[in-house]
Design a binder for this molecule. Sequence first.
Ligand code: MN3
Length: 208
Amino acid sequence: MAFTLPELPYAYDALAPYMSSETLEFHHDKHHKAYIDKGNELIQGTGLEDATLEQAMVSAFKDPKHAGLFNQLGQHYNHLHFWNWMKPNGGGTSLPGNLESKIKEDLGSFDALRDDFLKKGAGQFGSGWVWLAQDGASGKLEVLGTPNGENPVPYGKTPLLGCDVWEHSYYIDYRNARPKYLEAFFDNLVNWDYVAELYEKGPIKLAA
Ligand code: MN3
């Protein structure tokens, strides 16, 4: 079953001025599509063709000869969620459901989450992602960065929120000012309903 590019869940100009239609056209139509095309090509003959995206991604991660495939599948997974982690008139500090108390319990406060997320996103060297994730073993929330196309899933952690800090995600709108982009993402774009939905769904379950 080939991976396909879903449409954005909003219009290309819906996230302006925080993220422009030009950024979304390049990022969604070109970058995300390229990960899918390359992933569909590299998965041929690996025996992972019929696995779920999560399962294929984690299997590829564990096998050094599939490192190239992992990068593409990781980025497909990351971007599928990234589009949903944003919405017009997003951000704010009022979080739905049980998420707010869980953040307070594990991270101290919403402000502590924001500070750590912005700091780790800005500090991630080179290309990568910054995450709010839930550890599958302890159940605790944590903020972490990953390089390139990696994400927390192969480490047994379920991503609840992620921000793309590759230059292609912000260079058109913010040039080299990654911290400004991260602030705009966190304060004005985050779709907390989707974050809460992932939290309520619970940890990703994979075959051994
Ligand atoms: Mn990207």
